[in-house]
Design a protein around this ligand. Structure first.
Ligand code: ADP
Ligand code: TZD
Ligand code: MG
Length: 597
């Protein structure tokens, strides 16, 4: 690929020599390149083919020249959405997703996504143009003045600035390595306006570029750590495996499946690990979650942190006597970060390394004849599962009017079953929690959602990225509030004609739509929106298909049409406005005033 650099750099020099006023070509024209070109060449050299961004000073020409040079430039309506798109592209592809923004406000709009990428361990690079260093540092009031590097540092895994064209190769290489190696994360790359027009000798420029060799090197776990884990597992009477989105990211799908199936250990997938094994797998304990967590004695965490999503590994969820008490479980934790172990409870057997290497080492160590867990453990889980699945089936079979979350999601569940390759984007509160538990996933990395922060606003950025990087049909299940954070990107979805079918679970508000202003005054409650808002017209405004549905049958037909046509579609599904609960499943996190005695 170094050829690309030579060719395009030379092309620039030729363009210049043809420019009006350039006069006769010099006797021996010196081929030159510039900062714009070197940034493009450095990215291309490292296999980066798509940029998510929003143009303006000082990167307008960069976006044009990127497109001219064959990069796919996906232009958004707000940088935050471009940033979320880049972050999830990183998760899906194991290549850093790149987001490109202008300075100060554009940069800040992108920074939320940068922090989100770091928090979720997604590889991403935020590249922002910045103003003149001399003016910024003396705070003399430049156009969009801001010390962006300083602001990005605490929110990114790493942050770099390039001042000279000859350092672009190093800057891009460092950004790629930082994003991908070890625990992946968000990296900021600051490119001042003055860098882009700097010219230098094309050959020297080409030589300054770096094709990063082995950016995410394997990290083989120590054999004694693996043995310790196996020894602990041998003592287990009620073992459990928890798969997290790190396991999904690692793309070690076959080995993970073998480990689960060969040991016979029941497993729980975290939300973005759903589908790593099909949710219908007989060893899935999802439908008995509240039974297996407190009952398990040895838990193997694979790419999942014991953060709030797992109640910090202690308390009532885990059978602890009080909200902070340890439930008595022993943990094996497979993670690339050596600092993750003991973050909340004692980890008896940390296995540090990349998940592919760790799981394959475990497989070797357990050998082909690992005894299956006790029938009592499996039987007890099956019993709970059967009961809960039957209860759920009863709820799903109902067809209330207006639709409930469950009756609408029963349709989505069928559609996803019939289209297992489709990507599922999901955000909201009730719209998220019900979807996670009702809609089964069948293949790895198909479900992408609010992630570690439970963040609203990832929806449309994720839809765009999922469609662009996978080429698959995308189905988005969106709370009406959640959708509002990125709804303008429906224009982007139409502009690029992406096969995205958005289903809005419209209950007229945040959590529910029936709250009243306690004063009886004219302002609505802070939690509700315009009643019966016609979100589907937003899609129609940009040439997509909008459908308003009030019944499960109409929803089914609209989703089938969307998938058949692959046209951008927004289905506004009317849901009972009283059907949700505050904060969905995480009501316990709402601070409540202490009741007076
Ligand atoms: P979830 O939210 O699904 O529980 P988390 O985001 O909390 O998952 O945890 C993901 C974990 O996976 C992080 O601790 C991260 O260090 C780890 N991880 C990410 N990629 C890899 C990898 N390739 N190998 C090993 N661990 C990884
Ligand atoms: N802002 C951001 C960026 N993230 C958040 N998580 C919130 C605000 C708070 N929040 C939630 O945690 S869920 C939610 C908000 C505003 C919206 C819930 O309403 P919805 O879903 O319409 O999306 P349901 O189905 O009505 O519960
Ligand atoms: Mg809602």
């Amino acid at each position: 690929m170094p050829d690309t650099a030579t060719k395009s750099s030379t092309a620039v020099a030729e363009d210049r020599s043809k420019a009006p006023g350039a006069g006769e070509p010099a006797a021996q024209p010196q081929a030159e390149t510039d900062g714009f070109q070197l940034v493009i060449d450095a990215l291309k050299l490292n296999g980066i083919d798509t940029i998510f961004g929003l143009p303006g000073i000082p990167i307008t020409d960069l976006t044009r020249r990127m497109q001219k040079d064959g990069l796919r430039v996906i232009s958004f309506r707000h940088e935050q959405n471009a940033g979320y798109a880049a972050s999830i592209a990183g998760f899906l592809t194991q290549k850093p997703g790149v987001c490109l923004t202008v300075s100060a406000p554009g940069f800040l709009n992108g920074v939320t996504a940068l922090a989100h990428a770091t928090t979720n361990c997604f590889p991403m690079i935020l590249i922002s143009g910045s103003s003149e260093r001399e003016i910024v540092d003396l705070q003399q009031g430049d156009y969009e003045e801001m010390d962006q590097l300083a602001i990005a540092k605490p929110l990114a895994k790493a942050a770099f600035r390039v001042l000279h064209a000859e350092d672009i190769g190093v800057g891009v290489a460092r950004a790629i390595r930082a994003a991908l190696s070890g625990r992946p994360g968000g990296v900021y790359l600051d490119l001042p306006a003055k860098l882009f027009p700097q010219s230098m000798d094309a050959e020297a420029g080409r030589k300054s570029l770096i094709k990063v060799v082995d950016p995410a090197p394997k990290q083989i776990p120590a054999s004694d750590a693996v043995q310790r884990a196996v020894d602990l597992l041998k003592t287990a009477k009620k073992p459990l495996i928890i798969l997290g989105k790190g396991a999904a990211y690692a793309q070690a799908d076959a080995d993970i499946r073998t480990l689960v199936e060969r040991t016979g250990i029941p497993y729980l997938p975290m939300s973005m690990a759903k589908g790593l094994l099909p949710d219908t797998h007989e060893q899935s304990a999802s439908a008995a979650r509240s039974y297996v967590l407190p009952e398990a004695d040895v838990v193997v965490l694979i790419g999942a942190r014991l953060n709030w999503l797992l109640s910090q590994g202690k308390g009532k969820t885990w059978g602890g006597a009080t909200p902070k008490a340890w439930g008595g479980q022993k943990f094996v934790q497979i993670d690339i970060s050596p600092q993750e172990a003991d973050s909340n409870v004692r980890i008896d057997a940390p296995v540090v390394g990349d998940i592919g290497s760790c799981v394959s080492a475990l497989l070797k160590a357990i050998g082909p004849n690992w005894p299956k867990p006790l029938a009592e453990w499996i039987g007890a889980i099956t019993e709970r599962k059967t009961k809960n699945v039957a209860k759920m089936a009863e709820t799903l079979a109902k067809t209330p009017s207006p639709m409930s979350f469950q009756s609408a999601l029963n349709v989505v569940r069928d559609i996803v079953r019939g289209n297992p390759d489709a990507m599922l984007v999901n955000e909201g509160a009730n719209a998220l929690d019900f979807t996670r538990s009702i809609v089964d996933m069948y293949k790895p990395r198909k479900r992408i959602d609010v992630g570690t922060w439970g963040i609203m606003g990832v929806g449309m950025g994720y839809c765009v990225a999922a469609a662009v990087v996978t080429g698959q049909q995308v189905i988005a299940v969106e709370g009406d509030s959640a959708f509002g954070f990125s709804g303008m990107e429906t224009e982007t979805i139409c502009r690029y004609n992406l096969p995205v079918c958005i289903v809005i679970m419209n209950n007229n508000g945040v959590y529910r739509g029936d709250e009243k202003n306690p004063t009886g005054g004219p302002d609505p409650s802070p939690l509700v929106f315009v009643k019966d808002a016609r979100y589907e017209k937003l899609m129609e405004a940009f040439g997509g298909v909008g459908v308003h549905v009030a019944t499960a049958d109409a929803l089914r037909k609209a989703m089938e049409d969307a998938i058949r046509s692959r046209r951008p579609t927004l289905i506004n599904a009317v849901i009972d406005e009283g059907g949700g609960t505050e904060s969905g499943r995480i009501t316990s996190l709402n601070p409540a005033a202490k009741k007076k005695a």
